[in-house]
Design a protein around this ligand. Structure first.
Ligand SMILES: [Zn+2]
Length: 278
């Protein structure tokens, strides 16, 4: 599943292709993904308007023009690929956007592909963005929150929920997906079942450092959940960061050689070292 680092990498890659250019045409091969695409408002906001910014909020890629924002979410299996051909190159190509460069009269096409159709495409005006239903309940961005440790500490007081579920709750903080939660808790030496409310400020500071460095490593590596993911230029190019616990049940902990254990928390695979994480 595309996670924060993958969407960050995608946004940066699409910026290179589309920033300062404009979308002159959008072809909808399908108009419903997880929910109907508001085709008319998407066209109103994007067509023939200069693309001023491409950014990311949580796992949404946002495309800014003078009129508002195009909103793209990749769901479980989505991707946006860049081709010099408007014809769908892959099955499940739902939307194709023609990107024109007025300076060079060069044309490329962005293909939104999503086999499982859990993705979303939407649009909103500048005024609507802050209170948009996709964003209004989201917690802060981990990489842009200075005192993330203090923030998480404050949020967690009196909470009996386990720290792993707490971290993965996007209302608390966005972008800490299952792989990143597992890995960060290992680096911080915290058992995933620990009650969030019992963790000290010092421990939250260490955990926040671990979250940030894990996400940064993944962004640097190009994202870690890759099965359906390719660079927008079509080359498969995403590399795994070296994972210490995730997917390593029964292998030896690299710090103490105790076998890594696997449990389920909220039905998600959870890996930890029973010796190093308590
Ligand atoms: Zn260990």
């Amino acid at each position: 599943m595309p996670e924060l680092p993958e969407v960050e990498c995608l946004s940066r890659a699409i910026s290179k292709v589309a920033l300062g250019k404009s979308i002159s045409e959008i072809t909808f091969h399908r108009t419903t993904l997880r929910e109907p695409i508001p085709t008319k408002s998407l066209e109103d906001i994007l067509i023939n308007e200069t693309i001023e910014q491409i950014t990311r909020r949580s796992k949404y890629m946002l495309v800014k023009t003078k009129k508002g924002w195009g909103i793209f979410h990749l769901g479980m299996s989505g991707n946006i690929l860049c081709y010099d051909d408007p014809q769908p190159q892959l099955p499940h190509t739902h939307v194709v956007m023609r990107v024109n460069d007025p300076a060079s009269s060069c044309t490329t096409w962005l293909h939104y592909v999503d086999p499982r159709r859990f993705g979303l495409i939407n649009a909103c005006t500048h005024q609507e963005l802050p209170n948009h239903r996709f964003f209004v309940h989201l917690g802060p961005e981990p990489l842009e929150t200075r005192n993330l440790g203090g923030y998480l500490f404050d949020k967690s007081r009196q909470k009996s929920t386990n720290i792993k579920s707490f971290l993965m709750n996007s209302k608390i903080v966005v972008g800490v997906g299952n792989i990143y939660a597992n890995e960060s808790l290992y680096y911080a030496g915290l058992n995933p079942m620990t009650a969030a409310g019992s963790i000290s400020l010092e421990q939250f500071r260490n955990l926040s450092k671990a979250i940030k460095s894990t996400l940064r490593k993944a962004i640097k590596a190009g994202g870690t959940s890759f099965r359906d993911f390719k660079n927008p230029d079509g080359n498969p190019g995403y590399f795994r960061i070296s994972l210490q616990v995730y997917g390593r049940k029964g292998e030896n902990c690299s710090k103490c050689s105790t076998p890594i254990e696997e449990i389920k928390i909220s039905n998600r695979a959870t890996y930890f070292c029973p010796n190093c994480q308590f």
